[in-house]
Design a protein around this ligand. Structure first.
Ligand code: EPU
Length: 420
């Protein structure tokens, strides 16, 4: 297991390039199970979660090969439709093979993902959506066991108590692509990753309209062919570097960051006093003064993303006054709070809300990464704290950020990887 040793201080300056979106790549790779013939997905980041997905697809009879930033996928053997617990346990997103397997192979057995550090994470909406398309779904030995002769288009409502579901929308969309007739998903997730998946499905010959809005219409087709597709840039990696620039009073150009995907984040950064401009091929974030506090509520897209809540909390720990952060997507996603307290932050948690009172400085300390985005928040805290911070269990970070220490080094940050 590796840890990061971080020397704080210093402003981050320069240019950093973000990679392709992890959360686009995962369902898009799963969608390749629907195809006849080879697919090539480009811009796929080199992350642990991607390697897990490659291993899962291989277990499901695909030949999967990485070639630079591209991944080639071709299914040769459809006999095995079982996504086993040891892989699903490592990565919840494995659940998005359920829709493609069911549609293409008429059956799927997928281990039920458990909870994780950010909450209980049920999949009831995924199952409700697939049942509406005519799937028979049972739970057996901890696995979801699904079958259907041929799925049939239907009206599906995917709203839940915390909004829609991103991977649930992906699952239903992928299944509906090969269903008989038309499916209408109401209260679909509007995340850019859903629209990216629809673009890939359409390149494969699917007929998906409206993805990126709450109403997606899918006219089922008889078969899909392999296709080539480039995934969108990772908006959470983009946002992490943008927040890093602001909290360090830095001046960083985040290349590939897309303004149209980052509106809520840009709006919040400007509100707290950072300057954000489009700059050739990305977004530049600069700040030269102590930042203002803010009230932030995480929401489904286009609202402020839950995946940047922890990083923004680090920033607000150093703002001039009281901020209120309310988590409306994953109400228990606050594992970073206790670690930030170890670094001298002043945060009080009340249910799904954290009240953050800005302090003059954070102080380096040994801290523990608990999940992907919480770990990123701790790295940001380490970069601006006085003295040395060690972040243990950085395998969480490696799930979602490619070479984060090298990218921070490029900006003048001192983050070293060492064996624990
Ligand atoms: N929910 C239900 N029932 C369901 C599905 C979800 O009640 O059947 C609830 C969840 O518990 C949560 C809310 O609905 O409260 C939203 O969950 P969603 O299903 O949208 O999350 P997800 O699709 O499992 C993706 C990302 C997450 C990101 C969320 C929200 C991937 C691989 N993961 O998860 O990313 O936080 O959407 O935007 O796309 C990350 O990258 O660090 C990460 C956790």
């Amino acid at each position: 297991m590796d840890k990061f040793i971080i020397q704080g201080g210093g402003r981050l300056k320069g240019e950093v390039t973000v990679g392709g979106s992890k959360n686009s790549s995962l369902p898009i790779m799963a969608a390749s199970l629907l195809a006849e013939g080879p697919s090539r997905i480009k811009g796929v980041p080199g992350l642990a979660d991607i390697r897990h997905t490659m291993a899962l697809l291989e277990e499901l009879g695909a030949e999967v090969r990485r070639d630079g930033d591209a991944v080639d996928i071709e299914v040769h053997d459809e006999a095995d439709s079982h996504a086993r617990y040891d892989l699903v346990r490592k990565m919840r997103a494995s659940v998005c093979v359920l829709g493609p397997l069911l549609a293409k192979r008429k059956k799927a057995r997928v281990a039920m993902p458990g909870g994780c550090a950010i909450g209980s994470r049920p999949i009831d909406l995924h199952l409700r959506g697939l049942r509406a398309l005519g799937a028979d779904i049972q739970l057996s030995g901890g696995d979801v066991v699904a079958s259907a002769k041929r799925l049939r288009g239907a009206s599906v409502f995917l709203g839940g108590p915390f909004g829609s579901t991103v991977l649930g929308t992906a699952n239903v969309m992928m299944a509906a692509a090969l269903a008989e007739g038309t499916t209408v998903i109401e209260s679909a997730a509007c995340e850019p990753e859903v629209a990216d998946l629809a673009d890939y499905l359409n390149a494969m010959g699917a007929r998906v309209n409206g993805a990126g809005t709450p109403r997606v219409v899918i006219d089922g087709v008889e078969s899909l062919r392999g296709a080539e597709h480039t995934v969108i840039p990772d908006r959470i990696e983009s946002g992490t570097f943008m927040v890093a620039s602001a909290v360090s009073n830095g001046e960083v150009t985040v290349k590939n960051a897309r303004m149209d995907h980052m509106m809520a984040v840009v709006d919040k950064l400007r509100q707290i006093g950072a300057i954000v401009e489009t700059s050739n091929g990305g977004l530049e974030v600069a700040s030269a003064r102590r930042l203002e506090p803010a009230d932030v509520t995480t929401q489904p897209y286009p609202g402020f993303p839950t995946d940047l809540q922890a990083q923004l909390m680090t920033l607000l720990c150093l703002a001039d006054g009281n901020s209120v952060i309310t988590e409306k997507v994953f109400p228990d996603r606050f594992m970073h709070v206790a670690e930030l307290l170890r670094m001298g932050a002043n945060i009080r948690k009340e249910g799904p809300t954290a009240i953050v009172t800005g302090v003059r400085k954070l102080v380096g300390a040994p801290v523990m990464a608990s999940d992907l985005r919480a770990s990123a928040a701790l790295v940001l805290a380490g970069l601006v704290a006085d003295g040395q911070t060690t972040v243990q269990r950085v395998y969480h970070i490696d799930r979602g950020y490619e070479s984060i220490e090298r990218k921070f080094a490029q900006l003048g940050g001192d983050v070293r990887r060492a064996a624990e």
